[in-house]
Design a protein around this ligand. Structure first.
Ligand code: NAP
Length: 299
């Protein structure tokens, strides 16, 4: 099979270039997008995500403010800190990094972020808006996956799409987004009786589970587009014989690429595009806040 790699880095660059131009226009009007990143407790993986987001944000001219809180913070204290960012007119976007300690109610905190500054797109209002056809501040990874699928040039109308995983952050919203594009969508999860029966029907297979090697070549329809959202760190033997780790997706890339028509690599697929979507959402949020402000001061 002649498969094509869906290059997330290249597509992300297009989105970031657009964001950079829009940031220049906003700055000229006196509006500098400022993204506040909140993380709680200590996680090496989260620190790496934040570093990547900061680097990418600053490259397009978005100010990035990193706020780290101890794992002992209470729900009330965290809520108060978010309210302060909501009220600060210099802050135009807020992202609460996952995971948070299980002493905190994540959903409540997501909903404490004012929807106009919710650039991760995880508040009930922004997710709910997808049902009404408005994905302008949708969840970043879901938006990224749809953009990567669109980049194949496949006609989404009537396309059989199978989504594996039904989390709030990825599986469910990506399915809703694709229904809006008139795909015929099946969502698989824990309760699905015969996963490979469904995956083999898919013209496009979107996988967000967190299990390396879950999708093998015999589960994929020849020529399908495969979007691998999973990020898993696995132990490997390095060329010098020592033990190390590497990052892989949920799809067994080496075998599935021989069957697929298109496939996203991990890393280099959904990850960079997700960061680009976060920047785009931050720009959209700032543009809207400016417009709202103009309407208020110049009715
Ligand atoms: P999650 O909340 O743990 O959800 C995993 C989903 O997979 C659940 O819906 C679960 O169903 C389902 N599942 C578990 N085992 C399954 C199986 N054998 N067959 C079918 N479905 C199964 O995880 P998540 O936050 O969605 O993340 C999923 C993966 O994507 C992780 O590797 C994560 O690191 C990655 N991710 C990547 C990005 C990115 O930017 N690239 C962003 C977010 C997440 P049940 O609930 O029924 O068990």
């Amino acid at each position: 099979m002649n498969y094509k790699i869906i290059d997330g880095k290249k597509l992300a660059q297009v989105v970031k270039d657009d964001a950079r131009e829009r940031v220049i226009k906003l700055k000229a009007l006196g509006w500098t997008p400022r993204l506040v990143s909140i993380d709680v407790g200590d996680s090496a993986a989260v620190s790496l995500y934040i570093k990547n987001q900061q680097k990418a944000a600053e490259k397009v001219g978005i100010e990035f403010e990193h706020r780290h809180y101890p794992g002992s913070i209470t729900q009330r204290e965290m809520g108060a800190a978010i309210h302060a960012f909501n009220a600060d007119p210099r802050v135009t976007g807020i992202i609460l990094q996952r995971p948070v300690p299980n002493t905190l109610d994540l959903e409540e905190l997501e909903n404490t972020i004012h929807h106009s500054k919710d650039v991760e797109g995880m508040s009930s209002l922004n997710i709910g808006n997808i049902v009404y056809g408005d994905s302008s501040l949708g969840p970043c990874t879901s938006l990224a996956s749809v953009e990567l699928l669109k980049s194949t040039g496949l006609n989404l109308r009537g396309l059989e799409v199978v989504v594996v995983g039904h989390s709030e952050i990825v599986g469910k919203p990506v399915a809703l987004l694709l229904v809006e594009d008139l795909c015929t969508v099946t969502i698989c999860h824990h309760g699905t009786r015969n996963l490979s029966y469904h995956t083999r029907q898919a013209d496009a297979l979107i996988v967000a589970v967190g299990k390396p090697g879950l999708i093998t070549a015999n589960m994929v329809k020849p020529g399908a587009a495969v979007i691998d959202i999973g990020i898993n760190q696995v132990d490997v033997t390095l060329p010098d014989g020592s033990r190390g780790t590497k990052v892989v997706g949920d799809v067994d890339f080496d075998t599935v690429k021989e069957v697929a028509g298109w496939i996203t690599p991990v890393p280099g697929g959904v990850g960079p595009m997700t960061v680009a979507m976060l920047l785009r959402n931050t720009v959209v949020a700032t543009e809207r806040q400016r417009k709202r402000y103009e309407e208020l001061v110049r009715p």
